[in-house]
Design a protein around this ligand. Structure first.
Ligand SMILES: [Zn+2]
Ligand SMILES: [Zn+2]
Ligand SMILES: [Zn+2]
Length: 409
């Protein structure tokens, strides 16, 4: 967890330690804390990969503004230590005067504000959250459990069923809400590819988002881009009591998995010809490098799933609803829409509920796996129907009860 930075939890000294770690991860050498000065601030003195001495001043002033005097002070320190330049890092912003003053110094003092600090931390493999609340896992929700149950029960109610109403026979026997951990990562990627002679042959320039499993880090088949306008994002207790599945990977690991995903997604082949030999075709596999991918945000989430069980006479049905899915793809599993005779999918308007066994079956013009008793009007599936020939030509279908009372030929 030491690669996760929660800014609001850090005091000034801890922030300096964090900055030290970031530069060490980026390959800076000899990173050490300078002497403590009167205003309780210490500088970091370090040597760049190119061998230049740089002084870093860290101002953990979250969301606040840093003014010109701080730039001036760092400039004096740079001169005092005989350093090449100074970095002024803040978790806030710089005032207009500070920016103007620094530009007059001609690059001796480089200003790093909150946004640039996050970039720097990202490059070093850290994940930065401004508030602790940002890393608590919230629930991605499109449908509430009540809405999902209503949608299913409306579907059940629309089945053709006689003499009993569908909901008199199909009853809910089990309800379970499960929260699965996930991460929503948004990214941007940019890479230019050149031939050995310096000709540009490919540009990868994209952004997007992906939802990763919180236990394996594998990408999940959610259209992540559509979640921007997701209706409710809140804590599990506000959605309903359920089983919370703990995550197995942390934010930093999830971020690495997201980068892997982006690299794989944008790896492709480029076909090109060389300038002086147009006859030959070259094929090159192009893929972004780790440093070409920028993870803009990584949000820990729960994806709620509602697992329902229904029973109807001799049959049991399982329905799994994905409460975080958009575009009415509510069901992951819906046995209520599968014909119990042929196991094929049923359209809502073509479902018949057998009042003998509780089976749901096809009732179309071409496919008929259910019938209506000619005598009493009861709906029956093919297994429960009795077919009798009338005048040697017509076939008539009856329920078991009525078939027993028919005159035997
Ligand atoms: Zn069927
Ligand atoms: Zn039946
Ligand atoms: Zn009948």
């Amino acid at each position: 967890m030491d690669r996760i930075i929660i800014l609001e939890d850090l005091d000034g000294f801890e922030f300096e330690e964090v900055c030290k770690k970031i530069f060490e991860s980026l390959g800076w050498r000899d990173v050490r804390m300078g002497p403590r000065t009167s205003d309780a601030g210490r500088d970091i003195i370090m040597v760049s990969p190119e061998g230049e001495t740089v002084i870093v001043e860290c101002k953990h002033h979250l969301w606040r503004t840093v003014g010109r005097p701080v730039v001036q002070k760092l400039h004096s320190a740079v001169i005092y230590f005989g350093a090449k330049k100074g970095f002024l890092i803040t978790t806030g912003y710089f005032s207009q005067e500070a920016v103007e003053y620094a530009s007059r110094l001609g690059g001796v003092v480089e200003l790093i504000d909150l946004r640039r600090f996050k970039d720097l931390a990202d490059k070093a493999g850290f994940v930065v959250y401004e508030k602790r609340k940002d890393m608590s896992r919230r629930v991605l929700l499109t449908y509430t459990p009540e809405e999902a149950v209503k949608a299913i029960e409306d579907e059940i109610a629309s089945m053709v069923s006689r003499p009993h109403a569908p909901l008199q026979l199909v009853r809910r026997s089990g309800t379970k809400l499960v929260y699965r951990p996930a991460y929503l990562a948004s990214y941007s990627v940019y890479r230019e590819t050149y031939t050995s002679t310096g000709r540009l042959i490919d540009v990868i320039d994209a952004e997007g988002s992906v939802i990763l499993d919180g236990r394996t880090g594998d990408p999940l088949d959610y259209p992540a881009d559509t979640f921007r306008d997701c209706r409710l994002v809140q804590s599990p207790s506000q959605v309903g009591k359920g089983v919370i599945v703990p995550p197995l990977i942390n934010t930093v690991e999830a971020k690495e998995k997201a980068v892997d995903y982006v690299i794989t997604k944008h790896t492709h082949l480029v076909i090109y010809r060389r300038k002086n030999s147009f006859k030959r075709i070259y094929i090159k596999s192009v893929s972004p490098k780790w440093s070409d991918v920028k993870i803009l945000s990584i949000i820990p989430l729960y994806l709620p799933k509602l697992e329902l069980e229904y029973s109807a006479l001799l049959h049991n049905y399982k329905v799994v609803c994905d409460l975080a899915h958009k575009y009415s793809r509510l069901y992951r599993v819906n046995e209520l829409s599968t014909c119990t005779i042929c196991r094929k999918k049923l359209r809502p308007s073509k479902r018949v509920l057998c009042n003998e066994c509780g089976g749901i079956a096809h009732f179309g013009i071409l496919i008929k796996h259910a019938f209506i008793c000619e005598s009493c009007g009861k709906t029956v599936c093919r297994y429960c129907a009795v077919r009798r020939r009338k005048w040697l030509i017509f076939m008539k279908t009856y329920c078991h009860g009525c078939a027993q009372h028919l005159p035997q030929k």
